[in-house]
Design a protein around this ligand. Sequence first.
Ligand code: ZN
Length: 270
Amino acid sequence: MEKLIITVAPTGSLPQKKHTPHVPITPREIIATAVRCQAAGAAIIHVHVRNLQDESASTDFRLFEEVVQGLRVETDLIIQISTGGRAGMSYEERCERLRLIPEMASLTTGSVNFPNSVYANSPELIEKLAADMLRYGIKPEMEIFDLSMIQNALNLVEKNLVQPPLHFDFVMGLKGAIPATAENLMHMKNTIPPGSTWSAAGIGPAQLPINTMAILMGGHARVGLEDNIYYRKGELAANEQLVERMVRLGRELGRETAGPEEARRILRLK
Ligand code: ZN
């Protein structure tokens, strides 16, 4: 089996300091977390930024720029910018950050009901973001919250908006999206085209079991406070602790960790 690529998603849109002191909010905190996570074994960082006044999800280009510049100076991590957005954010707000030309960006290929909101990704929005990524040479990570989103990703290939081989991330266990079961993970893995690469992310208590199943099935693992703030029940985690646990688990299960350069080769990044 290939070496294990560990993605860290340290910030996301939701957890705040009042939930856990370990969530990095400011650009400086995000960069410092990234340095620790690379030392721990992460190869990819999935980037969100926050407004500094109230810790809410931000679309501010200058914040993305500050984080990306810092990551490029202080780490060798593969930078994957999220193109996700909260309700009401426009295409313009969600695509501007791609001008920073990260090696990867996330692309959610469908809409899904979050517990209290609609995560809306219209066909037009998805195609425009895919076209931008193609033009900039950014590899999309298809964020798959449900089976139909795999089909939507394949439709983008048919429209020449994405070049294979594709890379998928299965996001499982979110209320409103696909439940985090072994059967569902197996089915999604078997649905993507041969030659694709994939990782899996579990939300909350699903993080550890889903990551473990992914390691066993030849996939890669995404950890981090975006998806889960606990190390175990009742005990908050720091991002690097979650990365370290993946490294240990991978080693026990016969998967050495891929560094950023090896991850670039496995993912066929240019
Ligand atoms: Zn994200």
